[in-house]
Each structure stands twice: as C-alpha cells, then as structure tokens.
Design a protein around this ligand. Structure first.
Ligand code: PGA
Length: 244
C-alpha cells in the first residue's frame, strides 16, 4: 500500500517558508508516497493555495472540538477545512503533555474532524518512564481505545505511533520495538473495527530522518511517517519521501 508521509511544522513557519512547501511539491514527481504538510494555522490557507493542483495535501495540527463560539485563540475543524485543510493531527504528545489533553478530549476532537470532513491523524505514544517500566504496549493500546470515538468505525483515518522520548531527541526505538507496538495497535484496531481496522495506515513518528526513513518505512505494519524537524527543509523531507 502507498506510504503516507506527513510533515508537522509545529510552531515554525512564516510566509517565506512557503517556498519550502513548493519545493516539496516540485521535488515529488514520481514519488510513490502520498504526502501532506501540516503548517501552523496561520499558513494553512496560503499553503493550500500555493499547493493547489499539486500532489501535496495540507493539514492542521490541532482543532477545537466545538464548531464555533467564545474560545479565544482556538481554531475549529470547520475553520481548517474552510482554509483548505484536508486532514488534521490530533492528540500529539506536545498537546497531551503541554495542554493536558486527555483521551476523551482527543476523541471529541476526532469527532469534530469527521464532522468537518477532515481526515484525522490520531497520535499515541508512551513516555520513557512508561517504556522503562514495561508498560509501553498497555499505554499505547489504552490511548488507541480511548482516543477513537465509535463514530470513526469504517471512516478514513490514520494512526500515528510517536514514542514521546523519540520526538525531537534524535533517539529512535529499535525496528523490533516499532514493529511490536505497531502490531499491538493493529490488533486493537482489528478487534475494534473488524476488517476495516486492517486497512488503517499506522504511521511512525519520532526523529525520522533521511538516513533512517527507508528502514523504518519497511518495518512490518509501518504505513508511513509523521515527521517534525526534518519536514521543515524540503531537501530533508524529500530525502525521507525517497525512502518510502
Ligand atoms: P520529530 O517530531 O520528527 O522532530 O522528532 C515528530 C513529531 O512530533 O511528529
């Protein structure tokens, strides 16, 4: 199946950065992966315009569960869709840890994304303490169970396994560890959704670079990559895409 490579720019990017996005689109010809970039919400509309007619999709990095209202500073799924986004990252560990997002809240946001016609990318992953205490699989499968609303069954969505300790650190799990967690997530999805759970792409995220992308992407049950730092420069991101 076609790999999905998604770049998460986090809180990085000004209008001048759009040239990197265009360079990704230009460099993509002949690539076998399906590619998306998730810029900060200030750039979603301009990036969607800049990439219109190319193969690169544009997504948001988070959304509020409500459609509209008195929520100063927040952005709804409908607003992201209106700006040209087609997908949205939800439950990233930087939001779970930094903004106290619970599985219930992530689940509500996933419902909001579906309501607005966005494809959710639902992130899960254990901390270093959880891994070292032997609880990685329990933590991750509990997050999968808690973060996916029943309304998601049969819908088009992506999962992303991102061990918290591998994000932005240069550390990555072994390929065996990645395969083990992805297999556990796959089993959970199949129990939950039956045959359609077997088709949900499960992305790996955390210090993916051009130098490690090919081996990670060829690990069993790895359906793509969610890339932070290395998605900011077109050359690095294209190097990762080339590994798909
Ligand atoms: P990183 O971030 O690639 O910079 O480790 C990954 C992510 O947070 O999605």
């Amino acid at each position: 199946m076609e790999k999905r490579i998604v770049g998460n720019w986090k809180m990085n990017g000004l209008s001048t950065s759009l040239r990197e996005a265009r360079a990704v689109a230009d460099g993509l010809r002949g690539a076998s992966a399906r590619v998306a970039l998730c810029p900060p919400s200030t750039l979603v509309e301009r990036m969607a315009r800049a990439l219109a007619g190319t193969e690169v999709q544009v997504g948001g990095q988070d959304c509020r569960a409500e459609e509209s209202g008195a929520f100063t500073g927040d952005v709804s799924a409908e607003m992201l869709a209106d700006a040209g986004a087609v997908l949205v990252i939800l439950g990233h560990s930087e939001r779970r840890a930094g903004f106290g997002e619970t599985d219930d809240l992530v689940s509500a946001k996933v419902g909001a994304a579906l309501r607005a016609g966005l494809q959710p990318i639902v992130c899960v992953g254990e901390t270093l303490a959880e891994r070292e205490s032997g609880r990685a699989l329990d933590v991750v499968t509990a997050q999968v169970r808690g973060s996916l609303p029943a309304s998601l069954d049969g819908k088009d969505f992506l999962l992303a396994y991102e061990p918290v300790w591998a994000i932005g650190t240069g550390l990555t799990p072994t390929l065996e560890q990645i395969a083990e967690v992805h297999a556990a997530i796959r089993a959970e999805l199949v129990v939950r959704q039956g045959p359609s759970g077997a088709r949900v792409p499960i992305l790996y995220g955390g210090s993916v670079k051009p130098g490690n992308a090919a081996e990670i992407l060829s690990t069993p049950e790895v359906g793509g990559a969610l890339v932070g730092g290395a998605s900011l420069k077109a050359a690095d991101f294209l190097g990762i895409i080339a590994g798909a």
